[in-house]
Design a protein around this ligand. Structure first.
Ligand code: GLY
Length: 351
């Protein structure tokens, strides 16, 4: 088993290995000496892993109870949250107990926000079961739900007390879903690690998941340690997302999935940055080759409507009144936040 420690406002371990889901109880017992566990998951994940996690937590003495909601982004809302609060209250959970978020990003964000707010905050353990949640969203304490006005608009920073990444859970993902999560993995290589980028480009990814995920959570953990509240360095994690979010919105979230949109966003910005001598020549082609290897797109019909994408970028919650923070990679593994006025950004999008 591998371990990465994050020293954020709270110090916690990310444990990685094959099959460690069955040890979730004993691993949790190292950080929670007592208390009851509330397992929050969705119906898809529950079918595969619910009972294994419940059994392990029972054997470790955590008397777990389980709350299952319907899978999908539509569940990441206040209605689900209220049901989770009721479940926790009706079953007598207190501040000495803890939530176990078992699943992908929707489960982690929703259960994490429930943990952040129930009784003004109780502990939670993340057991991410998707590529994107293992590589990215389970680390760093961002929790949130969506509202009509936008995704992730209501939330809190609440660090988990433990993250358990069983890379074998990635075997039950569809190839499309696996590929979609790989966009954030490629992003981490682009912004921080040529070594990770080279491993992804040259090795069989599915044969090296523990190593690859360990590198991802190390990168993410370091960024979070340096800038937990996203005032500076954490913005680098938005590479590809400014345009990616605009493309998702262009299709009203029914077209390209998040990872695919981010892949297109990373590719487009890197090509433009290369033409403007902000990025080392050849970088965009290497990025495109890796994205294609991962089963991700590098272009999309929405790009023919750049004016609309520009408008949609300005409505993003990460757009500040003072302008745009655009992430550019000067070379593979090196990135910076470039401040642009909205006029400069409009000009940048022209290529
Ligand atoms: N997924 C981006 C962040 O955690 O900041």
């Amino acid at each position: 088993m591998e371990k990465v420690t994050v020293n954020a406002s709270r110090t916690y371990d990310i444990l990685l290995g094959k099959g460690i889901l069955d040890n979730a109880g004993e691993l949790a017992a190292k950080v929670k000496k007592s208390g009851k566990a509330a397992v929050i998951t969705d119906d898809n994940v529950d079918k595969f892993y619910g009972e294994r996690v419940m059994k392990s937590l029972s054997e470790a003495g955590f008397s777990p109870k389980k709350f299952v909601f319907e899978h999908g982004e539509a569940s990441k809302c206040h209605a689900t949250l209220l049901k989770i609060y009721d479940f926790l209250a009706e079953n007598g959970y207190t501040r000495s107990d803890f939530v176990v978020a078992l699943g992908g990003g929707v489960v982690g964000d929703t259960a994490g926000y429930a943990a952040a707010t129930f009784m003004r905050g109780i502990d939670f353990v993340q057991i991410p079961t998707t590529v994107v949640s293992q590589a990215d969203s389970s680390v760093g304490g961002k929790t949130a739900v969506d509202i009509a006005g936008g995704k992730n608009l209501v939330g809190a920073f609440h660090q988990p007390c433990l993250v358990v990444c069983d890379t074998e859970t990635l075997n039950t993902l569809t190839p499309e879903f696996f590929s979609d999560g790989m966009a954030e993995v490629v992003k981490h290589g682009m912004i921080k690690s040529r070594e990770l980028f080279d491993i992804l480009s040259t090795q069989n990814i599915k044969d090296n998941l523990v190593d690859i995920m360990k590198r991802n959570v190390s990168i993410k953990g370091k960024v979070v340690e340096n800038d937990e509240r996203e005032k500076g360095e954490r913005m680098l994690l938005n590479f590809g997302h400014t345009l990616g979010h605009a493309i998702e919105k262009y299709y009203n979230f029914t077209g390209l999935t998040h990872g695919c949109a981010v892949a297109v966003g990373m590719s487009v910005f890197t090509h433009i940055a290369e033409r403007r001598n902000l990025t080392e020549k050849g970088t965009a082609d290497k990025l495109d080759a890796l994205l294609v290897k991962c089963g991700l797109p590098i272009t999309d019909p929405a790009l023919s409507d750049m004016d609309k994408l520009y408008e949609l970028s300005l409505r993003d919650k990460k757009h500040l009144s003072s302008g745009m923070n655009i992430v550019i990679c000067s070379e593979i593994g090196k990135s910076e936040v470039v401040k642009m006025s909205v006029e400069e950004y409009r000009d940048f999008l022209k290529g």
